[in-house]
Design a protein around this ligand. Structure first.
Ligand code: ARG
Length: 361
C-alpha cells in the first residue's frame, strides 16, 4: 500500500505542478497507513486519479477528453438509499438532455473486507429473458436479469426493459431500486432513406455508464465508481444490435433492404451493418444526443497520441480493442501498434457478485 501510495502522490503533485510540499503530504500519508492501514485521498488527488485512470485505459478510443472528466465525490454516503440518490444524480448530470457530459461518481473505497458494489454492468441496460421460445431482450443481461427477479423485481418481459439498480454494502442483502423512466433518455432508431427501418422498432439508451469496474488509485480500491462517456455508433450498430449473440438484427435489416441472405458473396451482412450504423448516427444526431462516428473518434485518438507525446508520456493501448469493428483498416489506428502495459491509476474488471466463475460481463 505505502509503495503504491507514494508513487501516486508523487505523480499527482508533479503533474499538477502545484507549489506544494510533496514531502509533507507523503509523511501524512505514511503515518496514516502505519496507524490505520489506509489513507484518504484529498479531493484533488481523487480527481487527478480518476482522470489519470481514464488516460491509462488501453481499450478506450475516447481518451482525448480525459481531462474534462467531471469527478463527483460521494465517499461520505452511509446507506443504500444515499447511493441510489447518487446514481440518479449521475444519470441526470451525464444525460444533460442529450448534451452528454463525461462523469464519474466515486463511492466509499474498500476497507478491509467491507466494500460497496453496484451489481449492474451499466446503470442503464436492457433486461434479457431466457424464454423457451427464445431470448427476449438483451442476451448479455440474462444472468443479471435472473438475479433481479430472484430479488423480487418484476420484469415486463419486453425487448427493452430497463433493469433496476442493485446496490450492495458489505455482505448485506443487495437492495434493488427502479430507475424512474423519465430519467432514461432513449433514441428511437430510424434511417435517413429507408422508411421501413423505423418499423423494426429498435431503440437504444443515450448514456453508457459502466458501473462494475474497480477504480484503483494509489493502492486504494474504489469498488463502486460508475463512469460514463458518450457512445461511438459502432458500439450500438455493429455490436449491441448486430452481434448474433446480442440483438442479432443483421438478418432483419438485410431483409428490409431486399438482400438475398443466402449468398455470402453479395456481402449482405456488411451492407446491413453499414445501414444499421448509419441509422444509429442519423437518429442520435437528429435527436441532438451526443454520439461520435468511428472515423472522427479515430482522428481524436490520433490527437490524444500526439498530445501524450508532447507531454513526454508514451500512450499505452490495446490494439484489439482500439480498432473499430467497422472498416478498421480505414482508420490510422489499424496501421499502428501500441504497448499494452497496464499503468495505475486504472479501471479493472471485477468478478460480478452474482457469478460463481470469474470473468467479465
Ligand atoms: N460498449 C459498451 C456498450 O455498448 C459501452 C462501453 C463504454 N463506451 C463508451 N462510449 N464510453 O454499451
Amino acid at each position: 500500500m505505502w509503495k503504491k501510495a507514494e508513487d501516486f502522490i508523487r505523480q499527482c503533485y508533479t503533474e499538477l505542478d502545484k507549489p506544494f510540499n510533496i514531502d509533507s503530504r507523503l509523511q501524512e500519508v505514511k503515518t496514516a497507513i502505519e496507524q490505520t492501514g489506509t489513507y484518504e485521498h484529498t479531493y484533488e488527488e481523487l480527481e487527478f486519479g480518476a482522470k489519470a485512470a481514464w488516460r491509462n485505459s488501453n481499450r478506450c478510443i475516447g481518451r482525448l477528453f480525459w481531462e474534462s472528466l467531471h469527478v463527483v465525490d460521494q465517499r461520505s454516503v452511509k446507506n443504500e438509499d444515499d447511493i441510489y440518490e447518487g446514481l440518479l444524480e449521475h444519470i441526470d448530470y451525464a444525460t444533460n438532455e442529450g448534451r452528454i457530459r463525461s462523469a464519474i461518481t466515486i463511492f466509499p473505497p474498500q476497507l478491509g473486507g467491507e466494500r460497496v458494489r453496484v451489481w449492474n454492468h451499466q446503470l442503464i441496460r436492457y433486461a434479457g429473458y431466457d424464454e423457451p421460445a427464445g431470448v427476449i431482450g438483451d442476451p448479455a443481461s440474462i444472468e443479471f436479469t435472473n438475479f433481479c427477479r430472484q430479488l423480487g423485481w418484476k420484469g415486463g418481459g419486453g425487448s427493452f426493459d430497463i433493469l433496476p439498480l442493485v446496490i450492495q454494502i458489505g455482505e448485506a442483502q443487495p437492495k434493488w431500486f427502479e430507475i424512474p423512466l423519465e430519467k432514461v433518455l432513449e433514441v428511437q432508431l430510424r434511417h435517413p432513406e429507408f422508411d421501413w427501418f423505423k418499423d423494426l422498432q429498435l431503440k437504444w439508451y443515450a448514456v453508457p455508464i459502466i458501473s462494475d469496474m474497480r477504480l484503483e488509485i494509489g493502492g486504494i480500491d474504489y469498488t463502486a465508481a460508475p463512469f460514463n462517456g458518450w457512445y461511438m455508433e459502432t458500439e450500438i450498430g455493429a455490436r449491441n444490435l448486430a452481434d448474433s449473440f446480442r440483438y442479432n438484427m443483421l438478418p432483419a435489416v438485410a431483409e428490409g433492404m431486399g438482400l438475398n441472405t443466402r449468398r455470402n458473396t453479395i456481402l449482405w451482412k456488411d451492407r446491413a451493418l453499414i445501414e444499421l450504423n448509419q441509422a444509429v448516427l442519423y437518429s442520435y444526431k437528429t435527436d441532438k444526443v451526443s454520439i461520435v462516428d468511428h472515423h472522427s473518434a479515430a482522428e481524436q485518438f490520433q490527437l490524444f497520441l500526439e498530445k501524450e507525446k508532447t507531454c513526454s508520456r508514451d500512450a499505452t493501448g490495446d490494439w484489439t480493442w482500439l480498432i473499430p469493428p467497422v472498416s478498421p483498416a480505414a482508420t490510422k489506428i489499424f496501421h499502428q501498434s501500441f504497448e499494452n502495459r497496464m499503468d495505475t491509476p486504472n479501471y479493472f474488471y471485477q468478478k460480478p457478485p452474482y457469478r460463481k466463475r470469474s470473468g467479465q460481463n
